[in-house]
Design a protein around this ligand. Structure first.
Ligand SMILES: Nc1ncnc2c1ncn2[C@@H]1O[C@H](COP(=O)(O)OP(=O)(O)OP(=O)(O)O)[C@@H](O)[C@H]1O
Length: 257
């Protein structure tokens, strides 16, 4: 593997909230072109790992690199797109159209009050089309279903042309049929549009069906390999214990600290 093909890396990372250890000795590499699913039970540290990757938290021990740079020095944030689990929660009165919300993804590049140039507008239309919402361009986002809203946020993350897209539980609150379409979209972004994806999810079914690699986290990485290998081994991996069948459905009831 060439050095420039490592887009993100955690090296021997430990993290604690106050005195409480949450992650220990986590080493994980995300290579260019990967579609990596990060799975783990509730409270296993998935969101904490993402916050460390994005430089929002500092490891107690170890190092985090983005595009071969220590995350504290990293400045090229337009190379990274991020879609959080709270993205699809707009009420019907929210006064912004699909076009406007997706355009917001360009503000980092062009500044908040600058006008979009022709090529910016074309890029907005291109990514809206990529996520299949071209017929909804002028709809208010609050009028769309949870699955459609989530696509809008993918488009907003894509509009600045990131190389690495990080999605934290993006299907929470999305109905089952839209979830399948949504994962299909992610696969297409990975295979056709060459985006590197990190998908944080409880959904074991999705990871075995759609992603190319799986990493299992429960305080530390218990497995990282190809999804076929994961599918063959998953019943023997003890990191989930008895929780495995509950995970897809119980997420929303779990209070976040
Ligand atoms: N700000 C915080 N302060 C203290 N403890 C926290 C904080 N955020 C998370 N924790 C704790 O750290 C542990 C890991 O939380 P984290 O949210 O990273 O796990 P997760 O795998 O993303 O969980 P979930 O699947 O429920 O979203 C949990 O025990 C959680 O209660």
């Amino acid at each position: 593997m060439e050095k420039q093909d490592v887009l993100a890396q955690l090296s021997h990372v430990a993290f604690r909230y106050h005195k409480r250890p949450v992650l220990r000795n986590v080493s994980l590499t995300i290579e260019r072109g990967a579609f990596l699913g990060l799975v783990g039970p509730n409270g296993s540290g998935k969101s904490t790992l993402v916050k460390l990757l994005l430089g929002q938290l500092k490891p107690t021990v170890g190092d985090v690199y983005l595009f071969q740079q220590p995350v504290q020095q990293f400045k090229q944030w337009d190379k990274i797109g991020y879609v959080s689990q709270k993205a699809n929660r707009f009420s019907s009165g929210f006064p912004a159209t699909v076009y406007e919300v997706v355009s917001m993804g360009l503000y980092g590049q062009i500044g908040l009050f600058r006008f979009l140039r022709k090529h910016h507008k074309e890029k907005v239309l291109e990514v809206v089309k990529q996520v299949g919402l071209q017929d909804y361009l002028n709809e208010n986002i609050g009028e769309l279903s949870g699955g459609q809203q989530q696509r809008v946020f993918i488009a907003r993350a894509l509009v600045s042309d990131p190389e690495l897209l990080i999605l934290d539980e993006p299907t929470v609150g999305v109905d089952a049929k839209s979830v399948d379409q949504f994962y299909g979209l992610l696969r297409e972004l990975n295979e056709r549009h060459r985006k590197t994806l990190l998908l944080i999810t409880h959904d074991i079914g999705a990871v075995t069906t759609y992603v190319s690699q799986v990493a299992c986290l429960n305080q530390t990485i218990h497995f990282h390999g190809e999804s076929e290998e994961f599918a063959a081994k998953k019943d023997k991996l003890d990191f989930y214990n008895h929780d495995v069948h509950l995970l897809t459905h119980h997420h929303e009831e779990v209070p976040h600290v």
